[in-house]
Design a protein around this ligand. Sequence first.
Ligand code: ADP
Ligand code: 5GP
Length: 205
Amino acid sequence: MKNKKALLLVISAPSGAGKSTLCNRLVKHYPHMTYSTSCTTRHPRKGEKNHEHYHFLSKTEFSTRATNGEFIEHAEVHQNLYGTLKQTIEKALSDGRDIIMDIDVQGAKQIREACKKLPPQDPVRVGFVDIFIAPPSMEELRKRLYGRSTDTREVIENRMNNAEDEMKQRNHYQHQIINDNLNEALGELIQVIETEKQSRKKRFF
Ligand code: ADP
Ligand code: 5GP
C-alpha cells in the first residue's frame, strides 16, 4: 500500500545560508525523497541544468502558467519570479514519496495559509512541515555568498538586504536549524524528519 502520510518538507533560508547544500545531502541520505524542481525566470548559473536545478522559463511562459493556475505557490524573489508546479507536489504525494520544497518565505507563507483551509486528511496538509535554516551570523552569510562565487557584488548585496527581512519570518516556522557546522545541521534536519515521520505513524486515518 502507498504511504498516505508522505512528508511535504518546506525549507526556507536567506540565500547563502546553505539550504541547497543541505537539501542535496538530504536527498543522498534519503534516496527515495524527491526534490521539487521549481520554475524560475532567473538566468541559469554556471553548471545549472534546465529541468534538473530549475525549469528555466521566460517571463511570458511563467505568467501564462501562473494565469492558468498551474502553481501551488509563486513569488517574486530577488527580482526574479519563482514558482512550484502543483503537478510536481501532487504526483510525489500521490505516489507516497516524501518531497522537499526549497522555497522562499513568501512561498512558505502561501502554503502554510492554504493548508489551514484544506480538509484534515488532504495529503498536502498531512505532509506539511516547515523548516527555517539560519546562518550563524550575517557576516558569515556574506562570506558564504562571496565564497560561492556565483553572483555579482550587486546581486549579493541585494540578497543581503533581503536576508534581514527573511530572518524576521523565522518564528513562523515549526522548526529552526542554524547551519554553522554542516554535519551537525544535517544531523538536526534528519532528526526533525524522523520525529515528524514517527508522529504521523501514530495517527489513525
Ligand atoms: P543557499 O542554497 O542557501 O543559497 P548554498 O547551499 O549554495 O546556499 O551555500 C552557500 C555557500 O556556503 C556554498 O559555497 C556552500 O558550499 C557554503 N556552505 C554551506 N553550508 C556551509 C557550512 N555549514 N559552513 C561553511 N560553508 C557552508
Ligand atoms: P536561487 O536563485 O539562489 O536559486 O534562489 C533564490 C531564492 O528563491 C531562494 O530563497 C529559494 O528558496 C527561492 N525559491 C526557489 N524556488 C522557489 C519556488 O518555487 N518558489 C518560491 N517562492 N521561492 C523559490
